[in-house]
Write a protein that binds this ligand. Structure first.
Ligand SMILES: CC(C)=CCC/C(C)=C/CC/C(C)=C/CC/C(C)=C/[C@@H]1[C@@H](COP(=O)(O)OP(=O)(O)O)[C@]1(C)CC/C=C(\C)CC/C=C(\C)CCC=C(C)C
Length: 601
């Protein structure tokens, strides 16, 4: 009896597992736990018979003085623990590296015609077949090596054990294995493999475990690392990551195509997962995939804060929030980027008319199909964007919030464009109350729409009073965020002849809106900005408590959404900050820290 093998765990396998767990814990969802539990169970069940065979046939052995004693089918307890901890650690690393990726955007409908995606359909089929041939070849080679019963036996046993699983996983999930960024695929295989190669070198050198000489090739990758051990760890980590990719591929299919799979449970059964993976890629809803990609790209390009926040949401809520963001962004841009006042007014009228029409005809399962049709006609000059609008889940959202948002956009048009002198300018935001009403319309509504999606996806059992309380706190939070937005964009808005600071405040400082247009960075403007930020933070303080009333899984992500935007306000209060395209920004590392703290609560 000895503790040497156990010490390998204490020193080398447990610390990275604990470290990764602490790091990932705030992001851990029920689906993650289910996924990791599923993978660990399969890994243990698949490895026990094989490992037991190797030990019983003395292909590898453990000196009795290095293990504590208990065994299962001759496998030492320490070895069983190895299967668990390796699968667990590699899984958590994979989850961590994949969190930011919006995986549904990587699904591909394989049809005859070519698309603007990275791989065309012929390539997809070729890659799939090439991979399958590779793994079939490996199986044949493995059989050959075992049959020879010589120095290649151990290598043959590794290959013959792993290749059929890899063939299966490849056949089911090749789209994700090939299409996802390497940070999600290659990296979670390579990092633990290199680490375990190092640990294995130490263990073999110390004699903690021994490969018998007649069954190994005798090739060393480096001094102390047998080629079989190197292949073993590379293969097992590949199995774990391919397993996770297949799981995520199935979940992405279930989440992306409600028309094909209806209302799927948050923790889908293994049968449902397999059903999803077996659905031919030619049946995927191509338009929906394009809309998912379009919405994800828009968010990534347009808002660093909400992009970061969206990666902390999961499942169908993340999908719906992306579509909501897309709609809001496109609608706002249509108004802001219109070349004439008439064009902007027409856009608002069209948006209003189409929404009304769609709500009149909606049924509980429909997305805004006909709105989409009208949009295509109406938005020939704004092609990027109209696709995503067709997916907006209107039946989960109140019409009045959209109507109020459009009223807010209407307010933007009351700014004269372009003014030729001070006398020409009309100023729609005269009082603090005007400002609050405006912020409530453009941002309070956004908050309430986000919360409606949260209520829907978590099937929250709130009373009307509780729901009302959370919604109105959310709306206040939207106002706080909008104030930060206005404080940040004083100069940018001035370029568009807009001054959102209330005229009454300007008067108190001895300023006119015209002065702001001419010098948006002047010292007295800074005082007004501070005043607006103070308002923003006091509303934020008053509303933030309501986040804790949301369902547990929504709290962290909501805090991230709010905090990463409020951090812009904190940056603005500092002496020096980075400005990009005229807007103050939060440096990436700082944004990550804010998100991390927000997730921890
Ligand atoms: C992850 C996540 C929450 C994503 C989706 C959020 C979403 C749907 C945002 C829509 C943004 C948008 C384009 C709205 C149009 C009107 C507008 C311009 C509003 C301003 C946003 C500014 O975004 P940005 O800086 O990118 O815009 P410009 O470059 O200036 O054009 C706003 C400041 C409003 C954003 C408000 C919210 C997202 C609401 C936040 C509040 C909650 C989520 C509720 C919190 C809950 C409780 C209970 C307190």
């Amino acid at each position: 009896m000895g503790i040497e093998y156990a010490m390998v765990h204490v020193l080398y396998t447990i610390p990275p597992a604990v470290l990764l767990t602490v790091f990932y814990q705030p992001l851990l969802s029920k689906l993650d736990l289910y996924k990791v539990g599923f993978l660990v169970t399969i890994a243990v069940l698949a490895t026990i018979p094989w490992d037991s065979y190797l030990i019983r046939n003395r292909i590898w052995t453990y000196p009795s003085n290095v293990i504590i004693g208990p065994t299962l089918f001759d496998i030492p307890a320490e070895e069983l623990f190895f299967f668990v901890i390796q699968t667990y650690t590699t899984s958590i690393l994979y989850l961590l590296l994949s969190k930011a990726t919006f995986q549904p955007a990587y699904l591909r409908a394989e049809r005859k015609q070519k698309h603007r995606q990275d791989f065309n359909n012929t390539s997809w089929r070729l890659y799939r077949i090439a991979g399958q041939l590779f793994f079939v070849g490996a199986i044949i080679a493995g059989i050959g090596m075992i049959r020879d019963n010589g120095r290649a036996s151990y290598m043959g046993l590794i290959v013959l054990w792993a290749a059929p699983f890899l063939l299966l996983l490849w056949s089911l999930a090749y789209q994700f294995i090939l299409g996802l960024p390497t940070i999600n695929t290659a990296l979670p295989i390579l990092i633990p493999t290199l680490y375990l190669w190092h640990v294995d070198t130490l263990a073999l050198q110390r004699g903690t475990w021994v490969i018998e000489s007649g069954t190994k090739l005798g090739i060393h990758l480096w001094d102390g690392l047998e080629i079989e051990e190197a292949v073993f760890f590379l293969t097992t980590n590949t199995l774990v990551v391919f397993g996770l990719l297949a799981f995520d591929n199935a979940v992405a299919i279930l989440e992306s195509f409600p028309n094909l799979f209806g209302n799927t449970p948050p923790l889908p059964s293994p049968i449902l997962l397999v059903e999803a993976l077996l659905l031919p890629a030619s049946n995927y809803d191509e338009k929906r995939i394009f809309c998912l990609q379009d919405a994800a790209n828009r968010l990534k390009q347009k808002s660093r804060s909400f992009y970061l926040a969206s990666s902390t949401f999961s499942g169908k809520l993340r999908v719906d929030l992306l579509f909501l963001y897309s709609w809001c962004r496109v609608a706002d841009d249509m108004v802001d980027n219109a070349t004439t006042l008439e064009q902007a007014q027409t856009s608002i009228r069209d948006l209003d008319r189409l929404l009304k029409e769609e709500y009149r005809h909606r049924d509980p399962t429909a997305v805004i199909g006909s709105l989409h049709k009208h949009f295509c006609e109406l938005m020939a000059n704004a092609p990027d964007g109209h696709q995503a609008l067709s997916q907006l889940p209107l039946h989960r959202l109140s019409q009045e919030h959209f109507a109020h948002m459009l009223l807010g956009f209407q307010k933007d048009l009351e700014f004269a464009d372009p003014p030729s002198s001070e006398r020409d300018i009309r100023w729609p935001i005269m009082t603090e109350q005007d400002l609050e009403t405006y912020a409530q319309r453009v941002a309070g509504t956004v908050a309430m729409l986000c919360l409606q999606l949260v209520f829907y996806h978590f099937q929250t059992e709130f009373s009307e009073v509780e729901r009302g309380h959370v919604l109105s706190a959310g709306a206040r939070m939207g106002v706080a965020l909008q104030y930060v937005n206005i404080a940040r964009d004083i100069a940018v808005d001035a370029k568009m002849n807009r001054v959102y600071l209330p005229q009454a405040w300007l008067k108190e400082e001895g300023l006119t809106a015209w002065n702001i247009l001419l010098d948006p960075d002047g010292p007295r403007v800074k005082c007004l900005r501070s005043r607006l930020l103070d308002k923003a933070f006091s509303i934020y303080e008053e509303a933030r408590g309501a986040i804790e009333e949301l369902p547990q899984e929504a709290q962290g992500p909501m805090r991230v959404a709010v905090e990463s935007y409020m951090e812009i306000g904190r940056v603005l209060r500092e002496e020096h900050y980075t400005v990009k395209a005229g807007k103050a920004t939060v440096p990436k590392l700082r944004r990550m820290k804010v998100a991390w703290r927000a997730l921890r609560g």
